[in-house]
Design a protein around this ligand. Structure first.
Ligand SMILES: Cc1ncc(COP(=O)(O)O)c(C=O)c1O
Length: 347
């Protein structure tokens, strides 16, 4: 007998973006925020006491839930704290799906979703995002768990919240709206948790709040859904330091808003510069862009950039093989990238 379940032996695991060891590189491959977190976060971490570390953390994360509820205008009971948004996805798949209870998504999208389905052993239905009536098809599939990434990775676009409300009203299962990138978008679906008991919103502190290294995310939903998810999560997944740091970050809304404003302005400038070079770049509702390498082989461009220590993301997947996903960096990082791309295009 093998050590693992047969499906684990057979599956490929999730491939995370490359994390170079050096820091003096232009790293635009994993959609991190190029700016540091609020100074209040570092202060909260510094002020963590030995006693807070000696004891197990609060399993519900009330220090975070209370302040986040105030900022987002919900009740603390509408929030579940998780070890990154990824853990919420993991919990939702484990809570909702099994061999008879499928997961449905709109592809192309975040490549972790099918990996979680493969681990869980549930059918994974992927509807083509660009197919006619894609949302209608998702509604008719009526999976136990439907995940929509909004704004979507890696395509950067935002579905109208009204369309998500219609979908939620038809589904008999849970609709998880992955809003990892929503801080950079024009709208969000949080209001749906008041009207629908089956809507679960994912939020991440990794992008808008510059805390990818901390590993903190959270879910927002009607209390019935939150209570069910609580049964499945690891009681102490959100640690004492992360809870304090995430609370400090979300309270500092002026810092957050200024940071997001800078990234959106840089996104505009980056998109225009890439278009001038000749890449085909749709508008973006996220902190990254998806650029089609017109007239050049995207993988070759990716390799040429990597050789110069400029890291972007290339997916050798149907529909994405001619594109590069590029995180919006600081003005200096973006200038370096644009100059290198200009050289590749002229060469
Ligand atoms: C679409 C999407 N959802 C969720 C996550 C999870 O974010 P985290 O676990 O860092 O909070 C990511 C991370 O890149 C993502 O791209």
């Amino acid at each position: 007998m093998g050590y693992f379940r047969e499906r684990i032996d057979k599956m490929a695991g999730y491939t995370p973006g490359f994390q170079p060891k050096q820091t003096d590189v232009v790293k635009l491959n994993t959609n991190e925020n190029p700016y540091p977190p609020s100074p209040a976060v570092l202060e909260a971490i510094r002020q963590t006491t030995a006693e807070q570390l000696r004891r197990y953390p609060d399993p519900f994360g009330d220090v975070f839930r209370r302040v986040a509820a105030g900022v987002l205008d919900v009740q603390p009971e509408n929030i579940i704290c998780t070890n990154g948004g990824d853990e919420l996805l993991n919990i939702a798949v484990r809570a909702c799906c099994d061999a008879d209870r499928p997961l449905a998504t709109l592809g192309p999208t975040y490549s972790l979703y099918p990996v979680l389905a493969a681990i869980q052993g549930c059918p994974a239905i992927e509807i083509d995002r660009y197919a006619p009536d894609a949302i209608g098809q998702l509604a008719r599939a009526d999976a136990a768990l439907t995940i929509i990434c909004n704004p979507n990775a890696p395509t950067c676009d935002l579905l109208p919240v009204d369309a998500l409300a219609d979908l939620a009203s038809t589904l008999s299962g849970v609709l998880l709206i992955d809003e990892a990138y929503v801080d950079f978008a024009d709208d969000n679906a949080l209001r749906l948790i008041r009207d629908f008991t089956n809507v679960l919103i994912l939020r991440s502190m990794s992008k808008g709040y510059s805390l990818a290294g901390l590993r903190f995310g959270f879910g927002l939903a009607d209390t019935g859904l939150i209570e069910g998810l609580m049964k499945v999560r690891d009681s102490y997944a959100a640690d004492a330091v992360a809870l304090r740091a995430a609370a400090a970050a979300i309270v500092d809304q002026p810092y957050f808003k200024e940071n997001v404003h800078k990234i959106k302005a840089e996104r505009r400038r980056l998109i225009e510069a890439l278009r001038v070079i000749g890449l085909d770049v749709p508008d973006s509702q996220t902190n990254f862009v998806l650029a089609r390498c017109v007239g050049r082989d995207a993988e070759a461009v990716f390799k040429a950039l990597t050789q110069q220590d400029i890291y972007v993301r290339y997916f050798n997947l149907p529909g994405l093989e001619d594109k590069l996903r590029i995180t919006v960096g600081t003005p200096e990082q973006n200038d370096t990238l644009v100059a290198a791309l200009e050289a590749v295009y002229k060469g």
